[in-house]
Design a protein around this ligand. Structure first.
Ligand code: PEP
Ligand code: MN
Length: 371
């Protein structure tokens, strides 16, 4: 079970006080003018935001731009002071944390490549002992909820209660059309397990392409995420990292204007009645589905006993191929999406195999318990 004890209500620490909370700014701080101009142009849009800029860049291969280090922290501190904007950057070790605290950085984030490593996360947690600064934890590169929550726990145990998660997508062999696949169900699971924890969607690192940004941002809002991170650069084509995915402040403004910000509920009585009526119908249907599933699995078990008697394998390729073909066809006639039918049938088949496996093993278990 998750042991994160205290998370301050979002509104208490959200430095911008708005939903969606916006984390905007370049992938990396490259030179002082770049950071200032970008921050100023974003500020002119008139929306509160937390300025992001990478100071130390974890790069997959050596030799690419690895960030400007301490020098860039100085620029971040000047932007904060002159433009009155809260600032945030990525930390990957204790030295980064100490430097950020020295330069008055307002919030920190732990990057995807660091979340995967409990030693690094613990080192950061130790450096944060007794410091009250918001910390965001990005999901690890691969879809491992344990590592993501574990990292949050380590930071929380150091006494940090202003915690946030950043959902930046997951790496697979084929991420098309995204840069990192969103696996929205993991963000939903995080919200379900830690309802108080704000989740920011890192739209840029999921999309990897400005064309896809509006769709990803809208999806995040419709899943009631708390904030959006969008990499913004005054001249994206000249960026030293992630040039392809960054947007100009003007482009960003259009994206934000077109977003529909929906609320989780409404005071409209007619709407509430209608939803209740439709949900009652769904509940009825789900009840029947559950009963049918239970009945189906009982038949599966009976077949299991017969296969066992006759020493016949559980998996029957021909039967499985026939089921797939028939139901995929029927499913599409019933206007069910292929992808869903396939996943549904696979889940059904796997569970049936599991049940018959238990039947096959039952004698084995009995025999073993006699030994
Ligand atoms: C970034 O935010 O620029 C970054 C390096 O992201 P991630 O850790 O998600 O790859
Ligand atoms: Mn980036």
């Amino acid at each position: 079970m998750t042991t994160i004890k205290d998370i301050y209500p979002f509104a208490d620490w959200n430095p911008t006080g708005e939903r969606p909370m916006l984390i905007l700014g370049p992938c990396s701080a490259e030179y002082e003018e770049q950071l200032f101009t970008t921050a100023r142009e974003i500020k002119e849009l008139g929306r509160p935001f937390l300025l992001r800029a990478g100071i130390w860049k974890p790069r997959t291969r050596p030799g690419s731009f690895e960030g400007k280090g301490e020098e860039a922290l100085q620029w971040l501190a000047s932007v904060k002071e002159e433009l009155q904007i809260p600032v945030t950057t990525e930390v990957a070790n204790a030295e980064h944390v100490e430097l950020c605290l020295k330069y008055g950085v307002d919030a920190l984030w732990i990057g995807a490549r660091t979340t995967v490593n409990p030693f690094s996360v613990q080192e950061i947690a130790d450096a944060l002992q007794g410091v009250d600064i918001p910390v965001f934890v990005k999901n690890p590169i691969h879809p491992d909820m344990g590592l993501w929550i574990g990292a949050l726990e380590r930071i929380n145990r150091a006494g940090v209660n202003k915690l946030g998660a950043i959902h930046r997508g997951f790496h697979y062999q084929d991420n098309y059309p995204y840069r990192n696949l969103p696996n929205w169900e993991l963000a939903i699971e995080m919200k379900t397990r830690l309802p108080e924890l704000p989740i920011i969607c890192d739209v840029s690192h999921i999309a990897g392409d400005p064309e896809i940004i509006p769709r990803v941002a809208q999806r995040a809002m419709d899943l009631y995420m708390d904030g959006l991170l969008i990499e913004t650069h005054f001249r994206p084509e000249e960026a030293l990292s992630d040039a392809r995915q960054q947007v100009t402040p003007t482009h960003l403004s259009r994206i934000l204007e077109n977003l529909e910000i929906r609320e989780p509920s409404t005071g409209d009585a007619h709407f509430t009645d209608e939803i209740q009526r439709l949900r009652a119908r769904i509940d009825n249907i789900d009840e029947s589905l559950m009963e049918l599933l239970s009945e189906r699995m009982k038949v599966v078990e009976e077949i299991g006993f017969k296969k066992k008697e006759q020493n016949v394998t559980i998996f029957q390729l021909e039967r499985w191929l026939e089921i797939m073909e028939n139901y995929m066809q029927w499913g599409s006639q019933l206007e069910l999406r292929d992808e869903f039918i396939q996943r549904f049938l696979e889940a059904l088949h796997l569970e049936s195999i599991e049940i018959q496996q238990q039947v096959m093993n039952s004698q084995l278990d009995e025999d073993q318990s006699k030994v």
